[in-house]
Design a protein around this ligand. Structure first.
Ligand SMILES: [Zn+2]
Length: 205
C-alpha cells in the first residue's frame, strides 16, 4: 500500500513537471519577434554607418597600443619609437578622417546620394595604391552592406569618399570611373596596421 502511495505521488510530481515544462516552452515560443529595422530599401541604406564602423574599425586604444610598439625610421640609430605627440597626431588624424567620411555619408543620405567615389586628399596614398584607384565608385547599398569600405583604411591613410551628384552613373562612367566591386564581391583592402607616415607628422607640411 505504501509503495503504491509513493508511486502515485511520484507520478503526480512527474505530471506537474511535464505540465510546467510545456507551459514554459509555450511562453518562450510566444515571445514577440525582434523589431525589424528594415521596412523598405531606403530605410536599410539610409542608416548612419557610425555604429557599424565601431565593429569593423580599430578603437583608439588598439591604434595607440600598436603605434607605441612599432619601430619607425629603421636607419636611425637613436630612438626608433614614435613620440607621444606623433602618436596623438595619428590617432587624431584617424578619427578626423573617419568622422569626415561618416558625416559625408550622413549628409549624402539627406541629399539622396546613391553613389560615392574614392579620392585621395591631400596626397595620393602609397599604401592604398595597390588596392584601389582614384575614381572607383561604390553604391550607398554597398556601403551599407560592407561598412569596412569606408576610408580611412589604415593609419596615415589619405583616402576619402566623395559624393557623386549625378542622377545616374552614366555621367560617372563617361569620365572613366569603374566600380570597386567585381561581381558583387568586396575587394581586398589595406589592413589598418599598414602604417604610413604622413607629412604632417614628419614635419614636412
Ligand atoms: Zn590609404
Amino acid at each position: 500500500m505504501f509503495y503504491i502511495l509513493v508511486s502515485l505521488i511520484l507520478f503526480g510530481i512527474l505530471i506537474l513537471v511535464a505540465i510546467s515544462v510545456s507551459f514554459n516552452k509555450k511562453e518562450t515560443s510566444e515571445e514577440p519577434n525582434p523589431v525589424l529595422h528594415q521596412s523598405g530599401i531606403y530605410s536599410i541604406v539610409r542608416k548612419t554607418p557610425r555604429d557599424q564602423l565601431r565593429d569593423v574599425k580599430p578603437s583608439t586604444e588598439e591604434i595607440r597600443k600598436y603605434l607605441e610598439k612599432i619601430n619607425v625610421n629603421n636607419n636611425d640609430l637613436g630612438n626608433n619609437n614614435l613620440a607621444t605627440s606623433e602618436i596623438d597626431t595619428y590617432v587624431r588624424e584617424w578619427h578626423e578622417a573617419l568622422d569626415r567620411n561618416i558625416e559625408l555619408i550622413e549628409q549624402g543620405d539627406s541629399d539622396g546620394i546613391s553613389f560615392y567615389y574614392y579620392d585621395f586628399k591631400p596626397d595620393y596614398c602609397e599604401v592604398c595604391a595597390g588596392y584601389l584607384k582614384r575614381g572607383q565608385f561604390v553604391t550607398r547599398e554597398e556601403i551599407y552592406q560592407h561598412p569596412h569600405i569606408i576610408p580611412p583604411f589604415h593609419i596615415g591613410c589619405t583616402c576619402t569618399l566623395v559624393a557623386h551628384h549625378g542622377e545616374t552613373l552614366q555621367e560617372t562612367t563617361e569620365i572613366g570611373m569603374v566600380p570597386l566591386f567585381k561581381n558583387e564581391i568586396a575587394p581586398r583592402l589595406p589592413e589598418w596596421r599598414m602604417f604610413q607616415q604622413t607629412n604632417a607628422v614628419r614635419g614636412i607640411v
